[in-house]
Design a protein around this ligand. Structure first.
Ligand code: 5GP
Length: 174
């Protein structure tokens, strides 16, 4: 089957929104320290740009998570790589590529809260509220999108397309 891509968000639109999110986070955490927790693999591009848009002392850490096989959720979140340092008494922003059903981020918030951080907030580049299965609060949302399968800017389909500079809708035709 042939895969077709249609651009939904250009690199310029994404860059402008990431700058706004960075400015908002900079204001909200002014005077404090921050840990950005990048959820691998899909968030690596967004987290790299977001970190550079935040004008505060911060550290970056990574959580490896697997929740999808192909394009369907399994509802099971597997931790493939844990944080490199403790986060107790620290302000954490969990950086996600997309919140779809909310299962992954809901699970990760619970996990991080067991480690005694000062606070945990969520920053997701994309949010698909139509698909929500659990009620999770996404504190910073880049773009609210419809229920379509998206690739690019870190998002993959079967490990491909992560390197696209824009975000596209993936359609499978014959
Ligand atoms: P959730 O647990 O919220 O259903 O799913 C979150 C994860 O599913 C995301 O971090 C991402 O890896 C994957 N996902 C959800 N929707 C999409 C999509 O439209 N495109 C891609 N490439 N991955 C998605």
């Amino acid at each position: 089957m042939a895969e077709q891509l249609a651009v939904l968000l250009t690199a310029e639109q994404i860059a402008a929104r990431v700058r706004e999110l960075g400015a908002q986070i900079t204001r909200d955490y002014a005077g404090g320290d921050l840990v950005l927790v990048c959820v691998l693999k899909g968030s690596f591009v967004f987290a790299a740009d977001l970190a550079r848009a935040i004008d505060l002392p911060l550290r970056v850490d990574f959580l490896g998570v697997r929740s999808y096989e192909g394009s369907e959720t399994t509802g099971v979140v597997q931790i493939t790589q844990d944080l490199s340092r403790p986060i107790d008494h620290e302000h954490v922003v969990l950086v996600e590529d997309i919140v779809d059903t909310g299962l992954t981020v809901g699970h990760l918030i619970e996990l991080l809260r067991t480690r005694g951080p000062a606070s945990v907030r969520v920053c997701s580049l994309l949010h698909k509220p139509a698909r929500a299965r659990v009620d999770v609060r996404v504190d910073y949302v880049g773009f609210t999108v419809d229920d379509r399968f998206l690739v690019g800017y870190g998002l993959d389909f079967a490990e491909r397309y992560r390197n696209l500079p824009h975000i596209s809708v993936l359609a499978q035709g014959s």
